[in-house]
Design a protein around this ligand. Structure first.
Ligand SMILES: Nc1ncnc2c1ncn2[C@@H]1O[C@H](COP(=O)(O)OP(=O)(O)OP(=O)(O)O)[C@@H](O)[C@H]1O
Ligand SMILES: [Mg+2]
Length: 259
């Protein structure tokens, strides 16, 4: 091909936004000549390069958008330490059928037992499988929706949440929600009901959720929708954070000596 033809090809690849093809074209051309690739094999190889590069870029974008505070994987989860949860059940969840079925996962248990780890690891699997995921704490979620209410963008924010394949809400129950926050939380759950999937983690058993929300009516309505299609993992045991043993407590202050 002469220089003018090459220049035109470059421009047209640019126009078609085939960036990866442009990058590898020369190397691939040399490879095709040396290995006597057929025209079709040459084209197929180039297209595969482009598609793979685009998949990787999309995956990186989805991962960044998911906002995981830390990357945790199922491979790094020690099922030998955390025996109250069945590896088989978690691996079944990792096949992500629950997302296709628009059902939910709730992880309940005391501090440090691996709730956020498992929630993040399942979310990460979902990102790798091409799903759109967002990780947030309950606190950040309600603060975000409060801010959206204030600046008139609540509907837009809610719609954006409703477009996710999976919304992970971590740490529900650390703080009680006031009436507005409870209503916003209810709207998120109601919008996802039978349409999208939620993973919720909480250090409170369901019986105590009445005290998280502003009224038992809202708590009941949230639980009713969340638990209609749900897999609940109740984690028990010691905190993994204290695996090496509890650090010594600071010495108690001695009582003042009466003068
Ligand atoms: N079984 C486990 N195997 C490997 N790492 C674990 C396991 N359980 C917990 N961890 C690690 O211990 C730390 C605490 O776990 P995690 O944050 O998931 O706890 P949690 O149940 O969410 O606690 P909290 O209620 O305080 O938020 C994390 O760094 C996590 O990766
Ligand atoms: Mg946690």
């Amino acid at each position: 091909m002469d220089a003018a033809g090459m220049e035109r090809l470059e421009q047209e690849l640019k126009r078609l936004k085939l960036r990866r093809v442009r990058e590898v074209l020369e190397d691939y051309n040399r490879l095709a000549i040396s290995q006597q690739l057929s025209h079709l094999d040459f084209l197929a190889g180039l297209m595969h390069e482009e598609v793979t590069a685009r998949d990787t870029t999309q995956q990186q974008k989805r991962l960044a958008a998911a906002g995981f505070p830390m990357l945790k994987t199922l491979e790094a989860f020690d099922f030998g330490f955390q025996t109250s949860v069945s590896r088989q059940e978690v691996m079944e969840l990792a096949r992500l059928r629950f997302i296709d079925e628009h059902s939910n996962v709730c992880l309940v248990g005391p501090p440090g037992v691996g709730k956020s780890h498992l929630a993040t690891a399942l979310g990460y699997k979902a990102v790798l499988a091409g799903r759109t995921v967002r990780f947030t704490t309950a606190q950040d979620l309600v603060e975000d929706l409060y801010a959206a209410l204030a600046d008139g963008s609540l509907r837009v924010r809610m719609r954006a949440l409703g477009r996710l394949d999976l919304l992970i809400i971590d740490e529900l129950g650390f703080l009680a929600l006031d009436n507005t926050a409870s209503n916003h939380f209810f709207q998120v759950v109601a919008q996802a009901y039978e349409q999208r999937s939620l993973i919720v983690t909480s250090n409170r058993p369901y019986q105590e959720w009445g005290s998280i929300f502003a009224s038992t009516t809202i708590a009941t309505a949230v639980l009713d929708r969340l638990l209609h299609h749900v897999t609940t993992l109740s984690l028990r045991g010691d905190s993994y954070r204290l695996k090496g043993g509890m650090p010594p407590l600071p010495p108690a202050e001695s009582p003042p000596v009466p003068s």
